[in-house]
Design a protein around this ligand. Structure first.
Ligand code: SF4
Ligand code: SF4
Length: 461
C-alpha cells in the first residue's frame, strides 16, 4: 500500500481587505458599553487601542454571522447588511460566494460547511448541471477523511501502453514508457497576469510540498527557482526548445504550446525534445470548437500528455458565451468519448483546465474523462484577489499582499489544497472509489441534468 498522503493545513489569516458577504456597522447610538465584545467569541468587537473608552470598528473578517451581538446590543446600535464589495465583485461565473469560500479554505484548510443545508438552485450551468452518485455513503467511519481505509488521490502522467508484448521465452518485449506521479489530481498553472516574485515562489514551494507541479513560462524560471526544478513544468513554444536546452535538461515534464505544425509533425517535435531532455511532454491545446479532432490526431501520433485549456469560465475558447459554446465538462466528455472510440484513451493523459473553482469541479472533470486538472485563479483568490471580468481590470490583488511573507502565501495555497483534498476524499469515499485514477470517465457515477431532463420530459415537450 502506498504511504498515506497527508496535507498539513495551518490557520493562516491575512489582515487584508477581502471580499465578505456582510458588513457590520456600529451606529452613532452606541454607548460603548462593551457588551458586544463579551458576547462575540470570535473577537470581532474590541475596544479601541488608542482610546479604550471607545469601541474600535467591528472586524467583519472574523465574523461568523451568528447575529448574537446584534441581538444583545442594548441600544440596537449594530447593523449587518450585504457588503457593497460583495455585490460588485465577481462576474458571470466567479460568483462572490465562490470567492469567499476559496478565501476561507485558504485561511484554515477546512472543508467549507454552511451548517444550514443547501438552499441554492436545483441545477445550473456547467459543472452545476452535473451531480455525483454518492450512494456508497454508508460507512462514514471507514471512508472519507476520517476513514481507516486508504483512498489514494495520486495519478500518473505520461504515455501508457495499451497492452504488453511478451517474447517466446515469456520475456517482456514492450518498452514501458516513463511516467510521473503526482499525489493530487491537480497541478498549478500560472494566470496570464504578471505575478509578483513572491507569489511565484509560493506557488513553487507549495507545489513542492504537495508533490505536484507548477506550469511556468520558461522565461520566468530564473536561477532562484533552480532548486525547485523537480516541481516546475517549463512552458514554451516548440521553436524555443534549443534556446532553453539547459533548463529543459533539468525538467521532469515540459509543456509545449500547440501549433498547427504539430498536427503534421509531432514525431519531429518529440525527436527534438529527446535530443535535449528526458522530460515528458505536455501539448497545451486551446479548447476550441472541434478540439476533439486535434486531440485524437495528437494522441494517435504518440502525444504523451495533452492539456485542454478552456477560458477562465470553463467555456470553449474563441466563442462568445451563450453562442452555443460548450462548457469544459462537455468538451472533456466529447474528447474522452472520441479517444475511447479510437481505442487510444488509455494511452494518453488528459489534463483539463479553465473554470475549475471548487474541489467538486476536479472530481466532476475527472468523471467526465480527464485524468487530472490544472488550476490558476483559485490560488490567487485564496490570497484575497478579486475577479471583475472587466476589460480594464480582471484580477485585482488586495493592497498589502506584497508585504505578506512568502511562507504565509505558501501556507495559504497548501491550506486550500488541503481543503480540496479532504473534499475529494469525501466524494470518492461516498462514490465507493478508492483510487483517483479510477474516477476517469466513470460517468456511471454521474448524473447529467440535460440527459435526465431529456429522458423524463423529452417525449412530452
Ligand atoms: S453592545 Fe451595542 S452599545 Fe454596547 S458597545 Fe456594542 S454596539 Fe455599542
Ligand atoms: S454576528 Fe456573531 S460572530 Fe459576528 S460579530 Fe456579531 S457576535 Fe461576533
Amino acid at each position: 500500500m502506498p504511504k498515506k498522503y497527508h496535507i498539513h493545513p495551518k490557520a493562516t489569516p491575512l489582515d487584508l481587505d477581502y471580499v465578505f458577504k456582510f458588513k457590520i456597522v456600529r451606529g452613532e447610538n452606541c454607548i460603548n458599553c462593551g457588551k458586544c465584545s463579551k458576547v462575540c467569541i470570535y473577537q470581532a468587537h474590541k475596544r479601541s487601542e488608542s482610546d479604550p473608552r471607545k469601541m474600535a470598528d467591528p472586524n467583519t473578517v472574523v465574523c461568523k454571522n451568528c447575529f448574537r451581538c446584534i441581538q444583545e446590543c442594548p441600544r440596537g446600535a449594530l447593523e449587518k447588511s450585504l457588503d457593497n464589495g460583495f455585490l460588485t465583485t465577481g462576474g458571470s461565473y466567479w460568483k462572490p460566494d465562490m470567492l469567499i469560500s476559496l478565501w476561507k479554505q485558504a485561511e484554515d484548510g477546512n472543508v467549507p460547511v454552511s451548517g444550514a443545508g443547501y438552499r441554492g438552485p436545483f441545477t445550473g450551468t456547467g459543472f452545476d448541471s452535473m451531480w455525483t452518485d454518492m450512494s456508497e455513503i454508508v460507512r462514514p467511519t471507514r471512508d472519507g477523511i476520517h476513514g481507516r481505509e486508504y483512498i489514494s488521490t495520486s495519478v500518473e502522467l505520461g504515455r501508457k501502453l495499451n497492452h504488453l508484448v511478451f517474447g517466446t521465452e515469456k520475456q517482456l518485449i514492450s518498452k514501458v514508457p516513463d511516467t510521473v506521479d503526482v499525489s493530487l489530481p491537480i497541478i498549478f498553472d500560472t494566470p496570464i497576469e504578471k505575478l509578483s516574485p513572491h507569489i511565484k515562489h509560493a506557488m513553487v514551494k507549495a507545489a513542492s510540498e504537495l508533490n505536484t507541479f507548477v506550469i511556468m513560462p520558461v522565461v520566468d524560471i530564473t536561477s532562484e527557482f533552480e532548486k525547485y526544478c523537480d516541481n516546475i513544468i517549463p512552458r514554451l513554444a516548440a521553436t524555443e526548445i534549443s534556446a532553453h536546452k539547459d533548463m529543459l535538461q533539468k525538467a521532469r515534464i515540459l509543456s509545449i504550446d500547440y501549433d498547427d505544425v504539430l498536427l503534421k509533425d509531432l514525431a519531429g517535435l518529440m525527436e527534438k525534445i529527446k535530443k535535449v531532455s528526458h522530460a515528458l511532454c505536455i501539448i497545451r491545446v486551446p479548447a476550441v470548437k472541434d478540439v476533439e479532432f486535434t486531440v485524437t490526431k495528437l494522441a494517435r501520433d504518440g502525444a504523451e500528455i495533452i492539456h485542454l485549456v478552456a477560458d477562465y469560465r470553463g467555456q470553449e475558447l474563441n466563442s462568445p458565451a451563450g453562442s452555443g459554446s460548450r462548457h469544459l465538462k462537455d468538451i472533456i466528455r466529447s474528447v474522452h468519448q472520441r479517444l475511447v472510440e479510437d481505442h487510444i484513451r488509455d494511452e494518453v493523459t488528459i489534463i483539463a483546465s479553465g473554470g475549475i473553482g471548487a474541489a467538486e469541479h476536479v472530481t466532476k472533470a475527472m468523471l467526465c474523462g480527464a485524468d487530472l486538472t490544472a488550476i490558476d485563479l483559485p490560488l490567487m483568490i485564496g490570497l484575497g484577489a478579486r475577479i471583475y471580468e472587466d476589460r480594464e481590470k480582471f484580477l485585482v490583488f488586495p493592497e498589502g499582499l506584497a508585504k505578506i511573507s512568502t511562507a504565509t502565501v505558501t501556507q495559504r495555497m497548501i491550506n486550500l489544497m488541503g481543503a480540496w483534498h479532504s473534499q475529494i476524499l469525501e466524494m470518492m469515499g461516498a462514490m465507493g472509489i478508492r483510487e483517483a485514477r479510477r474516477l476517469r470517465g466513470e460517468s456511471g457515477r454521474a448524473i447529467f441534468f440535460e440527459e435526465i431532463d431529456k429522458d423524463t420530459f423529452g417525449k412530452l415537450f
